[in-house]
Design a protein around this ligand. Structure first.
Ligand SMILES: Nc1ncnc2c1ncn2[C@@H]1O[C@H](COP(=O)(O)OP(=O)(O)O)[C@@H](O)[C@H]1O
Ligand SMILES: [Mg+2]
Length: 414
C-alpha cells in the first residue's frame, strides 16, 4: 500500500474539522469505525479511503450547499458570496465557492484576471483547462471521469479554508445541453441537473477535504444552471437592492420556484419507479429559503442624532421588498407540498443589511481583496487621495461585521 493511503488520528481530525480527542471518541462510540491497518509509535494508522467513506456516510454532517439566487442582475450575489465565504472561513469553517455563472465575476474577483485567465487555457494535457468545465463536460457526456479543480483566492483567509472552483464562459453551452423536458420532467437526466452536488462530492474525494459550506454563484436568470444549482442545494439566499424591480422579482421567484419543484417531483417519481434503490435522489430537489439580504442601500444621519437610518427613498423600497417577501414569496413557498421550503427561523426580516459600499465595492473586486481586508490595502490610484478616509474605514468595518453576523446566522441555523 502506498504511504499516501495511510492516515493517522491527527490527520483524520483535520479532515473532519474536529479535535483529535473527538476522533478518539468516535472510535470508542462507533463499532463500525475503520480498524487501524497498523500500530505505529505515533499511534494507529488507518486506510485513508475507509476513513473518508466512514466520515462521509455516517457521522460527520455533509457540506451544506447554498445557492445565491435572484433573477435580477447586479443585486450583489457575487459580492455577497465572496465576502460571506471570507467571513465563514475566518470563523474556522471549510468553505468552497463555486462560480456557476458564465460571466465568471466571482472567479475574476477572487483569483484576479490573470490567475483566472490561466485556468481557462487548454492544452494537450488539460483539454478543458482548470475550470468547472474540466469536471462538468465529461460528467455530462459520460465520456470519462471529470477532473475537478480548485484554487485559493488571491487574498486567502488566515483561518479555516476557502477554495474556489473557477467558472467558465463555456457554462453557456452547458446550460444549453441541459434539457428541462427530457432530463427533469421525463426523469431521464435528473443526475445531469445534480452536476453541482456531484462536483462537490468529487472535490471532497479528490482533495480529501470535507467542507462545511458550499456557496454557489449564479447568473441572473431562471435558466437550467439556476435549476441545477437549486436542485443540488440545501438552501438559497436572495440578495435584493433598493429599486423598483426588486419587489417584482421577489414575487416572480415565488411563482417560479414551486414550478421547478413540481417538475422535479414528476421526474423523480418516474425515475424511482425503475431505480428504487437510489439513495441520493430522494434527498435532492428540496432547496429551502434561507432568507433575503438587503444590499447596497443609502443611509443618512438621523436628524439631531449620530444614529444612521435608511434614506427615505431606500426605506420605501425596503418596505416594498419586505412586503413582497411576506405576501408573495413566503406564502408561495409554503404551498410547496413535498417538503417544508420555509424553515421556522426565516421570516420577512432580512438576514443581512449591507449598506452602499460606494467605490469600495468595485475597488474590492479590482484589487481582489474582500471587504474584511480592504482597509489594509491602499485604494487604487484613481480613487481619492491614495488612502481610505476614516468614514470609509468605519463603513468597511461595519459591513464586515454584517457579513460576520450573516455567517453566524448560517452556522447556527443551516
Ligand atoms: N453593497 C454594495 N455597495 C456598493 N456597490 C455594490 C454593493 N454590492 C455590490 N455592489 C456593486 O454592484 C455591482 C453588482 O454587484 P454583484 O455582486 O456583481 O451583483 P450580481 O452578482 O447580483 O450581479 C458590482 O459592481 C458591485 O461592485
Ligand atoms: Mg454575479
Amino acid at each position: 500500500m502506498h504511504n499516501d493511503d495511510l492516515i493517522g488520528l491527527y490527520e483524520i481530525a483535520q479532515i473532519a474539522n474536529v479535535s483529535p480527542a473527538a476522533v478518539g471518541n468516535w472510535r470508542k462510540r462507533y463499532s463500525n469505525f475503520p480498524v487501524p491497518i497498523k500500530q505505529l509509535q505515533s499511534g494507529p494508522v488507518f486506510q485513508r479511503r475507509q476513513v473518508l467513506n466512514w466520515l462521509r456516510s455516517k457521522e460527520v454532517p455533509m457540506a451544506k450547499l447554498i445557492a445565491l439566487f435572484n433573477n435580477k442582475g447586479g443585486v450583489g450575489k457575487t459580492t455577497t458570496i465572496w465576502n460571506l465565504a471570507t467571513s465563514l472561513a475566518e470563523k474556522d469553517k471549510k468553505v468552497l465557492a463555486i462560480d456557476f455563472d458564465p460571466q465568471c465575476n466571482l472567479s475574476i474577483a477572487a483569483l484576479g484576471n490573470e490567475g483566472f485567465s490561466s485556468f481557462l487555457e487548454s492544452s494537450k494535457e488539460l483539454p478543458y483547462g482548470k475550470t468547472i468545465r474540466s469536471f462538468a463536460l465529461p460528467y455530462i457526456q459520460q465520456s470519462a471521469p471529470g477532473v475537478p479543480y480548485i484554487d485559493k483566492p488571491k487574498v486567502a483567509p488566515a483561518k479555516g479554508k476557502l477554495d474556489i472552483v473557477p467558472g467558465d464562459f463555456w457554462l453557456n453551452n452547458f446550460s444549453d445541453i441541459l434539457n428541462v423536458g427530457t432530463d427533469v420532467i421525463g426523469g431521464a437526466g435528473l443526475y445531469r441537473f445534480l452536476m453541482p452536488s456531484s462536483l462537490v462530492d468529487a472535490i471532497e474525494k479528490e482533495y480529501q477535504t470535507l467542507y462545511d459550506f458550499v456557496l454557489i454563484d449564479l447568473p441572473p436568470s431562471f435558466n437550467t444552471l439556476v435549476r441545477a444549482a437549486l436542485y443540488s442545494s440545501d438552501y438559497f439566499l436572495v440578495p435584493c437592492t433598493a429599486d423598483l424591480f426588486s419587489a417584482y422579482c421577489v414575487g416572480l421567484i415565488g411563482q417560479v420556484l414551486p414550478r421547478f419543484i413540481e417538475d422535479w417531483e414528476q421526474g423523480k417519481t418516474r425515475f424511482l419507479q425503475s431505480n428504487s434503490y437510489d439513495q441520493i435522489l430522494p434527498k435532492k430537489g428540496q432547496p429551502k429559503f434561507g432568507g433575503w439580504i438587503f444590499n447596497g442601500f443609502d443611509t443618512r444621519k438621523k436628524a439631531g442624532s449620530s444614529e444612521i437610518e435608511k434614506t427615505g427613498a431606500d426605506r420605501a423600497q425596503f418596505e416594498k421588498v419586505q412586503a413582497s417577501i411576506e405576501d408573495q414569496l413566503i406564502p408561495k413557498l409554503n404551498g410547496i407540498k413535498p417538503y417544508k421550503a420555509v424553515p421556522e427561523f426565516v421570516g420577512k426580516i432580512p438576514v443581512a443589511n449591507i449598506e452602499d459600499l460606494n467605490v469600495m465595492a468595485p475597488d474590492s473586486i479590482v484589487q481582489n481583496v474582500p471587504i474584511k481586508y480592504l482597509h489594509q490595502h491602499r485604494p487604487t490610484r484613481d480613487i481619492g487621495r491614495g488612502t481610505w478616509s476614516q468614514d470609509q474605514k468605519n463603513l468597511m468595518r461595519k459591513m464586515d461585521e454584517e457579513y460576520d453576523k450573516l455567517a453566524d446566522f448560517i452556522i447556527t441555523h443551516f
